[in-house]
Design a protein around this ligand. Structure first.
Ligand code: AMP
Length: 617
């Protein structure tokens, strides 16, 4: 690989030895130096390969020109391409959208008509993901020494898969990857040795998988140099599982015998090998730590050599930061990458930066990236609007609206600007709106870096107010400080615009717990009302105007729910097709069964007692 010609292999993937840190860093330097040329070549290659697909033929008419592509191929939402995906799922040839055969459909955590969206995937795409994962290693090694002197306790899971009527596998992207040859037959990399044997990751019974992975992690505790899961929420679920099962885990370690309910033959075999023989001293030690009244810093106590926790804590995962900090004993929280079912996008080049400072550098040979400028907040406070009139007032309802839109290229984005990400992938998505809003925070060489702001359409709306996920997170973060100072943790939340009465009002569902034990705390109504007011004061001026001047929004309500409510909510979402691995608590529900699940578990409710401050500026 040489400067100026960084991607000479088909599919724009350079070949190198992933154990070679220097080569990895050099590739990253080349990729970020030559962004413009690489993006140009990525687009050329995608168009050249796919110009004769039914989809592109209709727009390009045999032309391979970038300007023609941008002029004639529309920027689309999932609803626009859904008919093509459904045709493929039902047996039509996949070359209606992709010259390379589509080997499976990846089920996203985003839904359409109540069902997961399905994204096309090809064999080559697995290599692209492997290439991407390999690049994370030299970045981490640059900041943390000695990662080859121990292991990583990554808790990774697969989810049951289905087949489409045409026999294509439909499964979440991570399940697809963990089940692939690329993962299972990965060459040994001394910087990436896991405590979890593959059999425990690939076990389809998530309880057995979790139990066995934790057991292996505990037995190898002295070797563990980092712990993690893909998303922060999954890691916290593992801590909760440990809280509920540490006695049994310790008993297994003490006797050297795996519990009888671990019936998966692959798991039994490998876990028995890891357990090896009775280890009573180790069991005593773990029992001692776990029986402590407070679990503050438990990660550091159980895995004393751990240097960091690798979990995504950006976007909707940011709300878990304080709980993670409580359990972690001050370990850095590392969000390494930004990716999706559509495509793997970006890498965090400063993995030790604080969660709120994390930016991702989009890797230019992953896809052709375009950006729809977004006005994040109107100065007059009127509304959350997108430039170019893509979706003016009702972002939530106008998913399928198509209008002429001007996109910006990767090299042309401006510092401080907000954009919605649009991708053209090697797998059959053309100018597809991912739905994520990103903000440009800087540049690595010539490659822009982006902060993940939020996912489009995750908003509360009453009257003219549009509250974004980010606004909600900020407001909840301020309010939860009040209860935290009293030893109470907010472990989960979601919201709902209750318009069943006039005026409508926003409802927050909060699951709370006392620090150090698992009980619902006694709540002082005055404090909780203060939380309601703090949320209101923290929301934007449109909200406060509606609430104070227009009286078009009523007092904000917090409904405190029983313990386990958000687990029940997750079970429900998973039963509807969400992936366990990729599950993120939706920050807002509109109505329906999810609200019934939440409402039926409400213990107590509180309302804001005063309208928030507002003045015309
Ligand atoms: P899925 O399609 O289920 O794989 O979900 C992909 C979506 O998860 C992305 O489009 C983002 O909205 C979100 N996501 C993925 N990685 C990150 C990250 N590092 N930070 C924040 N959100 C993320």
């Amino acid at each position: 690989m040489t400067r100026g010609n960084p991607c000479q292999l088909p599919g724009m993937l350079p070949n190198y030895d992933p154990n070679d840190n220097e080569a990895g860093m050099k590739i990253l330097e080349d990729l970020t130096e030559n962004v413009e040329q690489i993006q140009q070549r990525v687009l050329e290659e995608i168009i050249t390969r796919n110009a004769r697909t039914d989809y592109l033929k209709g727009f390009l008419d045999g032309q391979f020109d970038k300007q023609v592509f941008k002029k004639t191929v529309p920027v689309v939402n999932y609803e626009d391409i859904k008919p093509y995906i459904e045709r493929i799922a039902n047996g039509d040839s996949s070359n209606i959208i992709s010259a390379e055969p589509i080997i499976e459909l990846l089920t996203s955590s985003g839904t359409s008509g109540g069902q997961p969206k399905m994204m096309p995937s090809t064999a080559e795409d697995l290599h692209r993901k492997t290439f991407f994962y390999n690049l994370l290693v030299p970045v981490m090694n640059k900041y943390v020494d000695g990662l080859d002197e121990g292991k990583a306790m990554y808790l990774l899971f697969v989810k049951p898969e289905t087949k489409t009527p045409s026999g294509l596998m439909a499964r979440p992207v991570l399940t697809s990857y963990y089940k692939s040859n690329n993962f299972q037959n990965r060459p040994f990399n001394r910087f990436n040795v896991f405590t979890s044997p593959d059999e425990t990751i690939l076990c389809s019974d998530s309880k057995q998988s979790m139990y066995c992975q934790l057991l292996c992690g505990l037995v190898q505790r002295q070797e563990v140099l980092r712990v993690g899961a893909v998303f922060a929420s999954a890691f916290l679920r593992a801590i909760k599982f440990l809280e509920d099962n540490w006695k049994e885990l310790c008993s297994n370690i003490r006797t050297g015998h795996v519990s009888d309910w671990i019936t998966d033959p692959g798991c039994r075999k490998v876990v028995s090998l890891v357990l090896n023989k009775p280890k009573p001293e180790l069991a005593d030690l773990i029992e001692h730590e776990c029986s402590s009244k407070s679990w503050e810093g438990i990660i550091k106590k159980l895995w004393p050599r751990t240097k960091y926790i690798e979990v995504i804590v950006t976007g909707s995962m940011a709300q878990y930061v304080s709980t993670l900090e409580y359990y972690s004993g001050g370990l850095p929280l590392v969000s390494t990458m930004y990716a999706s079912s559509e495509c793997y996008f970006g890498i965090n080049f400063k993995p030790l930066s604080k969660p709120w400072d994390v930016s991702y550098t989009l890797i230019p040979n992953m896809a052709y990236f375009e950006f729809l400028p977004v006005k994040e907040k109107n100065e007059d406070g009127a509304q959350y609007v997108q430039c170019n009139g893509v979706c003016k007032e009702n972002c939530m309802e106008k998913e399928t609206e198509k209008e002429d839109v001007e996109t910006v290229e990767l090299v042309d984005v401006k510092l401080g600007q907000y954009y919605e990400l649009v991708v053209t992938t090697f797998t059959g998505l053309y100018r597809y709106r991912v739905g994520d809003i990103l903000m440009v925070t800087g540049f690595h060489n010539k490659a822009p870096q982006f902060r993940f702001v939020h996912r489009r359409n995750v908003v509360l709306s009453i009257d003219t107010d549009k509250t974004s996920e980010e606004d909600l997170l900020k407001a909840v973060t301020k309010a939860k400080v009040i209860v935290e100072s009293l030893g109470i943790l907010l472990i989960e939340y979601t919201s709902y615009a209750d318009t069943s009465s006039i005026p409508g009002h926003y409802v927050l569902f909060w699951e709370l717990t006392s620090k150090g034990n698992n009980h619902l705390p006694v709540l002082d109504p005055k404090i909780m009302e203060q939380c309601c007011s703090t949320v209101e004061e923290s929301l934007d001026s449109v909200y406060r105007r509606c609430r104070r001047k227009d009286n078009s929004i009523g007092p904000l309500e917090i409904r405190v729910v029983q313990h386990g409510t958000f687990d029940a909510l997750m079970d429900f979402c998973v039963s509807q097709g969400s992936s366990v691995n990729q599950y993120k608590t939706p920050r807002c529900f509109k109505s329906g069964e999810a609200i019934n699940i939440l409402d039926s578990r409400v213990v107590t409710r509180f309302f804001s007692q005063k309208a928030p401050f507002w003045e015309l500026v």
